[in-house]
Design a protein around this ligand. Structure first.
Ligand SMILES: Cc1cc2nc3c(=O)[nH]c(=O)nc-3n(C[C@H](O)[C@H](O)[C@H](O)COP(=O)(O)OP(=O)(O)OC[C@H]3O[C@@H](n4cnc5c(N)ncnc54)[C@H](O)[C@@H]3O)c2cc1C
Length: 431
């Protein structure tokens, strides 16, 4: 039986963040990943020269853990313009960020998406979100995002036309039941940095992390089937023993592996999750040239948000083609009928030319984001040690790339301390 000091189960960005810290201190560890590549929910396929991320995702460059762990220049990040094009009646209205794109000021102030006062309230929300440390933000009194927006005085029109589709695309739910702490966290991150995608697709993020690990420490296509004490039973028939065990899987997989030992952690591991479906289309010509996100406004159709990814990062599509990404919240059993409904809405938005767009692929993602309602976020940052095991993953922090990586940093920090080693250079970020 092979043995290592530390075994990490799961090669998403949480497991990779933990591994990077251990590698820095030359700890003898092994990362076991069930699939053929690291990245977990951050994954990109190449189809006919188009880069298709598994679900529309962006990196918010202000995420502290990402700033610590990623080399942004090497990722060749391309940023969205701050703001959005919102469907209102028969046209699109631009709501820009006048503080970053002063040329959008007039369009923004006159857009029929909420009142002038609503637009000024955005600045108030920005101030609140950027005040104090992240730790203080996580401890603020919380309610639902919807209640918080109403407390701040936003009109129902602004909420329905702008916040429901915009935050709906971030939280993957339009009821705005998500905790107001997440509203403030997300607003802070959008205010302090860019929303960006790497030139080579979102999967470049975990690939960059993996590339800094010694090659022999990562074992792909290796599922941990069960855990007995400190012995792991692997899908290839082998067993692996370890002194320290890190579960860096999604919450349901951690629950399965922990079994009875989950104990009082069960409510955390059994939390519901939000689902999303992403459809990709190839167009001969982009329907517009902006690097803006498009929001469905208060429309009844299935599209929540849309982006022409090749407008933002040209490498997402072959030369002279455009890649359109569409997010539909939830999961529909019938992809064909969903595609037909989406196509109808696209022709209403962009005319009959949308009928010529080539449907490329759909990604239905049942486990996209763990629930982030106020009850689930009572403690935003959950302890990473449980029953002698280390846990990491986005369900233990904010449901984001930052949260997942930060939880990995925290687990690594605890392990280094337990092994009597000094902290790694990238100490856990003050989250
Ligand atoms: C569609 C979508 C859109 C998103 N949009 C954004 C966004 O715009 N910005 C943002 O910050 N975040 C976004 N997120 C969230 C972000 O992607 C996640 O929070 C983060 O990737 C979670 O990382 P993780 O390492 O915690 O978990 P995962 O990525 O789920 O990693 C868990 C890993 O464990 C492996 N595993 C499971 N069981 C086993 C086993 N038994 N043996 C071995 N390996 C196992 C899995 O294969 C997987 O690789 C989005 C997520 C989705 C799905």
């Amino acid at each position: 039986m092979q043995s290592v000091d530390v075994a990490i189960v799961g090669g998403g960005v949480a497991g990779l963040a933990c591994a990077l810290q251990l590698a820095e201190r030359q700890v003898d560890f092994c990362l076991l990943e069930a699939t053929d590549r690291c990245g977990g929910r951050v994954r990109t396929d190449t189809v006919d020269g188009f880069l298709l991320d598994h679900g529309f995702q962006v990196l918010l460059t202000a995420y502290p853990a990402c700033q610590r762990l990623l080399d942004y220049a090497a990722l060749d990040l391309h940023a969205f313009e701050a703001g959005a094009m919102v469907r209102c009646g028969q046209r699109f209205a631009v709501v820009g960020d006048p503080w970053r794109s002063p040329s959008r000021l007039w369009q923004t102030m006159t857009a029929p998406v909420g009142s002038l006062a609503d637009k000024l309230r955005i600045q108030k929300l920005r101030k609140i979100a950027c005040r104090g440390s992240l730790q203080q933000l996580y401890q603020r009194p919380q309610t639902s995002t919807l209640v918080r927006l109403r407390e701040l005085g936003f009109s129902e029109r602004m909420i329905d036309h702008f916040f429901r589709p915009w935050l709906g695309g971030v939280f993957l739910e339009r009821q705005l039941a998500t905790s107001s702490r997440m509203l403030e966290f997300v607003f802070r991150m959008f205010s302090l940095g860019d929303a960006a995608i790497p030139a080579g697709g979102m999967q470049q993020i975990p690939l960059q992390m993996q590339s800094r690990l010694p090659g022999t420490t990562v074992r792909l296509n290796t599922t941990v089937q069960s855990v007995q004490g400190r012995t792991l039973h692997l899908s290839d028939g082998n067993t692996l023993s370890c002194r320290q065990l890190v579960l860096a899987t999604e919450a349901p997989a951690a629950k399965r592996l922990l079994g009875e030992r989950a104990g009082d952690l069960s409510p955390v591991l059994e939390i519901p999750f939000n689902r999303v479906t992403t459809l990709y289309y190839a167009a001969d010509q982009a329907p517009f040239a902006d690097r803006l996100l498009v929001l469905g406004g208060a429309e009844q159709g299935p599209i929540n948000n849309l982006a022409v990814l090749s407008n933002v990062a040209a490498g997402y599509a072959p030369a002279d083609r455009a890649l359109v990404s569409i997010s539909v919240l939830g999961i529909d059993d019938s992809v064909d009928s969903l595609e037909a409904e989406v196509r109808t809405q696209l022709t209403q938005w962009f005319g009959r030319v949308a009928n010529d767009w080539q449907f490329l692929q759909t990604y239905s993602i049942p486990y996209a984001l763990p629930d982030q309602t106020p009850t689930a976020l009572e403690d935003v940052v959950k302890p990473c040690q449980h029953s002698g095991l280390w846990l990491c993953g986005d369900y233990l922090q904010t449901r984001s790339l930052h949260g997942a990586m930060d939880s990995g940093l925290r687990a690594a920090s605890g392990i280094l301390q337990t092994l009597g080693l000094p902290p790694a250079g990238n100490d856990p970020v003050p989250s």
